[in-house]
Ligand binder design. Structure first.
Ligand SMILES: NC(=O)c1ccc[n+]([C@@H]2O[C@H](COP(=O)([O-])OP(=O)(O)OC[C@H]3O[C@@H](n4cnc5c(N)ncnc54)[C@H](OP(=O)(O)O)[C@@H]3O)[C@@H](O)[C@H]2O)c1
Length: 289
């Protein structure tokens, strides 16, 4: 287990191989960043052992089961990672008096009354959303120090919607994209930076944090990404029902408008840049890589 650099706050990042985990790894070179192979968070004894070795002051739990549709078919697996494992992390964090930073999702909301504040009533429509909410409950009821950050539509290093659209646009003349679900895209490196700023500002409790700018549909986001990539591929906007008409396998119900209101984070001095700027930067990097 690598030791954190002397004089630097002892920070542990779980789920280091994911989009957000990689963003934390890049932002916090002194942190102990563990991917799934190094620490499976569903292994309670491994979690307790790692905490005893690292003795973290801050823990960013970037590990999660994020396959929204697949979760409908394997709810137990999703619950083990998104809820049960969070109980282990929260228990270990409490033992060490560490601040546990847990990530949650806009999919804990029903999507009929966005933008949602931190005080609005939750009502997940999917297995994924329910397990993320259970993860929140695990953290809140642990008795330890915590910061829950709710975010949405994350893109960064790894697999995500923006990358898939840019790949498709390089090959196709037209792509069909859902136009009746709205949210705020969030660039993982911006999110990581914003969350660290919330922690440094001493924020605890629940905060929404998503990309700045207007809410957009998946079709609108696709359009922005394709323009930024310089492709001429057309976006054909379709309804969710039309999009899934010929798809096989379980499909999760998603909120129609899951925009998160970030006024509370803004009052704490933390605001992410407008998502179109982040998309443009990300797409440029994709095209160069
Ligand atoms: N992506 C989004 O659009 C979105 C939206 C709202 C909220 N969020 C939340 O934001 C956080 C970060 O998401 P992300 O986009 O970075 O997700 P991601 O790219 O899917 O990364 C999740 C990481 O967790 C790892 N993981 C899964 N099970 C694990 C386990 N048992 N032990 C250790 N690691 C495990 C995954 O490894 P494998 O790849 O090997 O499974 C993956 O590397 C999550 O809490 C997510 O729920 C994400």
């Amino acid at each position: 287990m690598p030791d954190p650099k002397p004089g630097v706050r002892r920070v542990l990042v779980t789920g280091g191989g994911g989009q957000l985990g990689r963003a934390f790894a890049a932002l916090l070179p002194g942190a102990v960043v563990l991917n799934r192979e190094a620490l499976d968070i569903t292994d309670n004894s491994a979690v307790q052992r790692v905490f005893d070795e690292v003795r973290p002051e801050v823990v960013y739990n970037a590990a999660a089961y994020t396959a929204v549709d697949r979760a409908e078919a394997e709810p137990e697996r999703a619950r083990r990672v998104n809820a049960d494992a969070v109980v282990s992390l929260a228990t270990a964090a409490r033992r060490h008096d560490a601040l546990l930073v847990q990530f949650s999702s806009d999919y804990i909301f029903p999507g009929d009354a966005g933008p949602y504040t931190e005080l609005d009533r939750t009502l997940p429509l999917s297995v994924y959303g329910r397990t993320k909410l259970q993860g929140e409950v695990a953290v809140r009821s642990s008795g330890g120090r915590y910061l829950i950050v709710r975010t949405s539509w994350v893109f960064g290093e790894g697999s995500n919607f923006v990358r898939r659209i840019v790949d498709a646009a390089a090959r196709l003349d037209e792509v069909k994209v859902v136009d009746d679900q709205h949210g705020r895209p969030t660039y993982a490196p911006d999110l990581a930076e914003g969350v660290v700023a919330l922690v440094e500002a001493g924020c605890t409790g629940v905060y929404n944090l998503v990309g700045g700018g207007e809410a957009v549909s998946w079709a609108g986001l696709a359009e922005s990404a394709i323009v930024a990539a310089g492709f001429s591929c057309r976006v054909l906007p379709v309804t969710t029902e039309q999009y899934y008409a010929d798809k096989k396998g379980p499909i999760a119900v998603r909120p129609a408008n899951s925009e998160l209101d970030c006024s509370k984070a803004r009052e704490a001095g933390v605001c992410l840049r407008p998502w179109p700027q982040a998309v443009a930067e990300y797409v440029k990097e994709l095209r160069l890589s």
